[in-house]
Design a binder for this molecule. Structure first.
Ligand SMILES: [Zn+2]
Ligand SMILES: [Zn+2]
Length: 151
């Protein structure tokens, strides 16, 4: 097993540091969760993270994984994407609001950073006279892998 501290850089270290600064225990199990969250490949669900963790920690329960994620979220180090069917997905790689593109077939979620985002925020604030604090912007579509599979 690759040592959790070996990868990935930046986000992993910041999340661990935040846990430490707030007096939380750094267990190997927790480090394994942080490692997955730091990458957030495809924006995993708690179930996906739990499945990956179980390979190294077979006795770890879904509830424990969930509690760790809630804790990291409370420290502002992970972005939670809630969906009406209750299938929350997580991004610890970019813990701030940003637009997402969601594949309706395989449910993969990827980040997108359109240049027009800042202009859009200004336009919305101007049009509604709101002070914008946050945003949630999802695009739904079919990813290239799923389109190829269909053909
Ligand atoms: Zn897809
Ligand atoms: Zn994201």
């Amino acid at each position: 097993m690759e040592h959790p501290l070996a990868a990935p850089h930046g986000r992993f270290e910041s999340i661990v540091q935040k846990l430490r600064d707030n007096g939380h225990k750094i267990t190997p199990q927790r480090l394994a969760i942080v490692k997955i969250l730091a990458k957030s490949d495809g924006h995993p669900s708690v179930e996906t993270i739990h499945t990956q963790i179980k390979k190294d920690f077979p006795t770890m329960s879904l509830a424990t994984v969930y509690r760790s994620i809630v804790l990291i979220k409370s420290l502002g180090e992970v972005l939670e994407l809630g969906f009406p069917d209750g299938s929350n997905r997580y991004d610890g790689n970019k813990p701030f609001p940003h637009p997402h593109v969601i594949c309706v077939r395989c449910k993969k979620i990827v980040d997108t950073v359109p240049d027009s985002l800042d202009d859009m925020k200004k336009e919305v604030a101007l049009e509604t006279d709101f002070k914008i604090l946050n945003h949630r912007l999802d695009f739904f579509g079919i990813c290239s892998t799923c389109r190829e599979r269909k053909a």
